[in-house]
Design a protein around this ligand. Sequence first.
Ligand code: FPP
Length: 236
Amino acid sequence: MDGNGRWAERRRRPRIIGHRAGARTVNICIDFCIARGIEALTLFAFSSENWGRPEDEVGALMKLFLNALEREVEELHRRGVRVRFIGERERFSEKIRERMAAAEQQTRNNHTLHLTVAASYGGRWDIAQAARSLAADVAAGRLAPDEIDEVLIASRLSLADLPAPDLFIRTGGDTRISNFLLWQLAYTELWFTELLWPELDATTLQRALDDYGNRERRFGLTGSQVAAALSNETVE
Ligand code: FPP
């Protein structure tokens, strides 16, 4: 969700105005996913590194987050959205943690869209917490080191129950991953736009989808192997 600050600065407004506008863009993305039958949307709302921003900006973001939790969850539930949060929760206030848990509990049986908000999240943190949980099992004698493989590591990551993302969209003009879902993005298609997050609309999201639809995903195989696998799928 990159570019909120610049969006506000270009209008000579405080950065928090950009974050407020950015929070509205979240609804555009959710509407788009539901309309297109997209099953999972993961938003990188606040990174592990964002805690290092000026205190007043972090404070204003926490207020915005709490407001969104208080105002939006009921409507998301009504629309069949399952909401959950990934990241280092201990760093949030008790009130925010309670709201997060309540939103997850209320929406846990919904299936229209799996909405994940990555908050106080970092891809490196995620891999480290997976490693810690495996190490604890080894230390307790429940697991042998040579049983640790890619599947087991993936099963301890935050989004273990969802498939890896098909498409990654980054707004704001920077062409990097910035510590998002490092493990899960291994074969994800990346799509970048100069547009700032508050400028993102359904037309741009559709452009990203169309571009994604024209790509050949080979997962390390050759083009002809992929074509053969696809035609087998069609026959079956
Ligand atoms: C990135 O724009 C956006 C953020 C760091 C925060 C976005 C979060 C919300 C709008 C909702 C609040 C949610 C939580 C979980 C606190 P930027 O400020 O990096 O933009 P810039 O690159 O233009 O400076």
